[in-house]
Design a protein around this ligand. Structure first.
Ligand SMILES: [Mg+2]
Length: 215
């Protein structure tokens, strides 16, 4: 008997649209944090934020490595969204879509736990996940680093071959693929890497396309 697939979902820009409101707000918060704690002007703070993001895949990693910033303090103060209900655009079909997928569901996000939980609450889907992995649970090793993926698979006793990463970020899918996982890219990008199992413009189309992943 083949085991059911386990579904590993990214959060931002996979289960909801974060590009329009959440990410600009986040970038501003991070720049302000750097201005305040590293005593920099706005332009310098913004440049540093982007430099660390490019060098380490996360601004936080550069701040930890070079400025001894406390990750919990940084994540708490930069991920404050007082009007998340208005910012997060929930699709009415999302809950139904996730419920139609058989198998365990795990959230795997580079965001901090308090933010991920708040977004899940607004989306009304928190109870559908068997486990939630955030930047804290991977000891601040964000995707696409392989360490967090390996820890998740190990702790959840998942076979990589029977696990599917559903993601909007191609580099994160590359790592998943390298580890032997199946890959679903949520995107409107016109590229189609040959190794990809499935490409969809919205996660809502996943239940109908499941047979193409479960080969
Ligand atoms: Mg994402």
């Amino acid at each position: 008997m083949t085991r059911k697939l386990a579904w590993i979902f990214d959060l931002d820009d996979t289960l909801h649209q974060a590009t329009g409101h959440i990410f600009p707000h986040l970038n501003r918060s991070m720049t302000e944090y750097i201005m305040r704690h590293l005593d920099l002007e706005e332009a310098a703070a913004s440049a540093l934020r982007q430099r660390y993001w490019h060098a380490y895949g996360a601004t936080l990693l550069g701040l930890m490595r070079h400025h001894d910033v406390d990750p919990h303090h940084f994540l708490w103060h930069t991920h404050q969204f007082p009007d998340l209900e208005r910012t997060v655009v929930a699709d009415a079909g999302l809950r139904h879509c996730l419920r139609r997928l058989a198998g365990r569901k795990i959230l795997f996000s580079n965001s901090p736990a308090h933010y991920a939980q708040a977004v899940l609450d607004v989306l009304g889907i928190g109870d559908l996940f068997d486990a939630v992995y955030t930047i804290e649970s991977t000891r601040f090793q964000p995707k696409p680093m392989a360490g967090g993926f390996r820890a998740l698979l190990h702790r959840e006793r998942l076979q990589a071959e029977r696990s599917v990463l559903v993601e909007d970020s191609l580099p994160n899918l590359v790592t998943a693929r390298r580890l032997g996982m199946k890959t679903v890219w949520i995107t409107r990008d016109s590229r189609h890497p040959p190794w990809l199992d499935l490409k969809l413009s919205s996660v809502l189309a996943l239940p109908r396309a499941v047979a193409r992943v479960n080969g």
